[in-house]
Design a protein around this ligand. Structure first.
Ligand SMILES: Cc1ncc(C[n+]2csc(CCOP(=O)(O)OP(=O)(O)O)c2C)c(N)n1
Length: 716
């Protein structure tokens, strides 16, 4: 193989032509290529039945089968929606694929929830597949995360075996010839997505064992190569120093087989990234819905038809095995496809009563346990409670890693929220990443799939948006669309909130935006003890958790927020999600006399409400939500019912906020108990928190504004 970084367009192809490949494999390839052809024809002939949108692999079969034949069950593959032949080559039967086409209950991938060729699998006997979304190119980050995870596991393994001795590590590695590789398949047009470059950058920087297989049919629906790109994927990869690359005629099975054999063998042995640029043709429609006649000329269709991989391959196979032999096989395949299709059509539909299953995997943490306020323990800052929680978790769990911008040992986080962790646990477990929020967030999909528990950090809530797509498109849907096979077990730490002139890009609140995503959990602790208990609960939760950590509470620096500092809970203390706390109680007399109000709030709101409550005679009850999803509606509603008057208080801009939505829910659930309309107080509806501290204060709620609202409610 050529050396790393070398330009690899001169790979020789010893298997070009029929020689050298096991004859049974050739027959298998022919059988599967013919299957793919007949499947496409069957789907087309039955369009009233195959009504859900689907793409077929026609034109791409050769490279897909060639790649599949070199994969092992320990490998990880991310096929894209045109990779039907890749799936056939990996051992999935036409019937199994058709179950997904027709959204049947027994669809092995998504139980009828996702489109054709959107697989995921933990099958023991086949390469593993993480959840596959339809968002073009977005699988590249999660899949690179798988390779990152594999690299970490190998590193831990090496350290265990060798105690860190480099020469011994290398000896150890050279004895293993079946290490897992990762194959990430994608269409040429998706390479122009920005997130692809974040993944490539990470893969080359860390030299991950991954192959990006780009199938270039020169179309991105109707966008031609000339319109969409200044360079193809192979040329683009030139900019990523350290990636090995090769071009291949992906319509030629023999050439594809040879190239994929070499590339996969190289990655198995040398643990380094490759990009394979496979030129293919597009013979069928883009999808069943977007028909080729809509936008492709006859000349273009004819040009693509010339390279039909099936026709090319058939010529070889007929030449070798004879017409009669292939004819008999074709008859067998036709019968098999017909039978599979009829069986799939007759298969059961999913039970509508199961529609809400698998949004989350069950969490083991359902009860508060351990000591929340151990005797004789010092009070700690909230920032340290988070740090200590993670330190204990990392001590107890080798699968726990922490990464993000500036969290590595040089700085330990811009808020020192990860200080000392890098020194203690080493660069392989606590490390800096580049500025690439999409990668930081999305890579946790892959890390979690291989059994790791990544804790990652986005430096400021204002900068979660570049990673938002991964959270929505990949993370939140993975458990649901894989029917529970791939919950994404991750903690995303997000310093949030305004204080002391942080300014427009370092003070924003994002909870409403996050809460619009179904399939993630969101914690928002307001004190050190909750921070530690929730961080531990988040760790043991097999689902994605966003920890919103208020910067103003980290060090109790904001006047009135001293109580965010608490005694440090014990090591085994856990606080389950969905359990609000009564942060302040009203007196029984005030409640009895109908002279009380409850404030439903979280984060900094708890402290504004506490300060405001000092102006009243034990008339205020404060509910600290602690987690925003799941939400403790029971505690909220029972508090509102008890007091009959309620203020929902948030730091976020008020209009269309989570707080307003909650107020609406409260109004409905507690209607007959209410003695006043449910009030909401949030920040002014401005696009950003201004830098000047006077302007900042004018925008945000504070104790005085809360007091006025409470007084108005009491007067009602
Ligand atoms: C993020 C995103 N944007 C747009 C789409 C709509 N879309 C679906 S397929 C496609 C073209 C993809 O072309 P390419 O990656 O070359 O794959 P091909 O279909 O040609 O095999 C587009 C734009 C999408 N699925 N995801």
């Amino acid at each position: 193989m050529p050396e790393k970084n070398e330009s690899n367009n001169n790979l020789s192809h010893p298997f070009r032509g029929i020689g050298g490949i096991d004859r049974n494999l050739l027959l298998r390839a022919y059988r599967l290529m013919y299957s793919a052809k007949l499947m496409a024809e069957a789907y087309e002939a039955n369009r009233s039945i195959t009504k859900y949108v689907h793409s077929t692999s026609r034109g791409h079969e050769a490279i897909q089968l060639a790649a599949a034949f070199h994969l092992l069950p320990q490998d990880w593959v991310s096929p894209y929606y045109r990779d039907e032949s890749l799936l056939l080559g990996m051992g999935w039967s036409p019937y199994e694929l058709m179950l997904q086409l027709l959204t049947k209950a027994d669809d092995p991938f998504s139980g009828g929830r996702s489109y054709y060729s959107h697989p995921n699998s933990r099958s023991e006997d086949k390469p593993k597949i993480i959840h596959q979304s339809s968002a073009t190119g977005m699988q590249v980050i999660p899949t690179t995360g798988v390779a990152q995870g594999i690299q970490y596991l190998e590193e831990v393994h090496r350290r265990r075996i060798t105690g860190g001795n480099a020469a011994a590590m290398d000896r150890e590695l050279s004895t293993v010839d079946t290490k897992p590789i990762v194959l990430c398949s994608l269409g040429d047009a998706s390479v122009t997505e920005g997130e692809v470059s974040e993944a490539l950058q990470f893969a080359v920087l860390k030299q991950l064992p991954i192959i990006y297989l780009v199938q270039d049919n020169e179309w991105g629906i109707s966008v031609s190569a000339e319109e969409g790109r200044a360079m193809d994927a192979y040329e683009y990869a030139e900019g990523f120093k350290g990636v090995n690359k090769v071009r291949v005629d992906g319509t030629d099975f023999f050439e594809s087989y040879s190239v994929m054999q070499k590339v996969i063998a190289d990655v198995r042995e040398h643990r380094r990234p490759w990009l394979v640029h496979a030129k293919v043709c597009l013979l069928n429609h883009h999808t069943s819905g977007v028909r080729k006649e809509f936008y492709r000329s006859n000349e273009d269709l004819a040009k693509h038809a010339c390279n039909d991989p099936f026709v090319k391959f058939k010529n070889y196979v007929v030449g070798d095995f004879g017409d009669n032999y292939t004819h008999t096989m074709e008859e067998e395949v036709a019968a098999e496809i017909k039978e599979a299709f009829e069986k799939a059509v007759a298969a059961s539909e999913p039970d509508p009563s199961t529609v809400a299953e698998h949004v989350f995997a069950p969490t083991p943490i359902t009860e508060e346990s351990g000591e929340r306020s151990p005797q004789g323990k010092e009070k700690v800052l909230m920032v340290d409670a988070a740090l200590f929680a993670i330190r204990e978790l990392m001590e107890d769990h080798e699968e726990c890693l922490l990464y993000g911008q500036d969290v590595g040992k040089r700085l330990g986080g811009v808020f020192r929220e990860a200080a000392t962790l890098g020194e203690k646990f080493g660069d392989h477990r606590v490390f800096n990443t580049a500025i690439q929020e999409a990668y930081i967030i999305g890579s946790t999909v892959g890390m979690s799939a291989v059994g790791l528990k990544p804790i990652v950090e986005v430096q400021f809530a204002d900068y979660i948006y570049p990673g938002f797509n991964q959270l929505v498109s990949e993370i939140s849907k993975s458990c649901y669309l894989s029917c529970g096979k791939f919950p994404v077990s991750t903690i995303i730490r997000v310093p949030i909130g305004a204080y002391g002139g942080g300014g427009p890009y370092h003070s924003g609140s994002v909870e409403t935006t996050l809460l619009s995503i179904k399939g993630i959990k969101i914690a928002y602790p307001s004190n050190a003890a909750d921070m530690k208990g929730l961080m531990k609960a988040a760790y043991y939760d097999p689902n994605p958790v966003v920890m919103l950590e208020h910067k103003g509470l980290y060090w109790s620096k904001v006047p009135g927020a001293e109580e965010a500092k608490t005694v440090e809970p014990s090591r085994d203390y856990v606080l389950p999600f969905g359990k609000a706390a009564v942060a302040l109680k009203a007196s029984d007399d005030a409640v009895f006399n109908g002279e009380s109000v409850c404030v439903i709030t979280y984060g900094m709101g708890v402290y504004w409400a506490k300060a405001a409550a000092k102006n009243f005679d034990q008339q205020i009850e404060i509910i600290d939500l602690r987690t925003l999803f799941p939400l403790d509606e029971e505690t909220v509603f029972s508090s509102v019912k008890k007091h009959g008057k309620c203020l929902v208080l948030t730091e976020e801009q008020q209009n269309n906020s989570f707080a307003e939505a909650l107020a609406g829910r409260i109004s409905k659930a507690c209607f007959s108990w209410l003695d006043a309309p449910v009030e909401v107080l949030g920040a002014l509806n401005l696009p950003a928190v201004p830098l000047n501290t006077g302007l900042e204060a004018a925008m945000l709620p504070n104790a005085d504004k809360v007091k006025k609202k409470l007084q108005a409610l009491l007067n009602y």
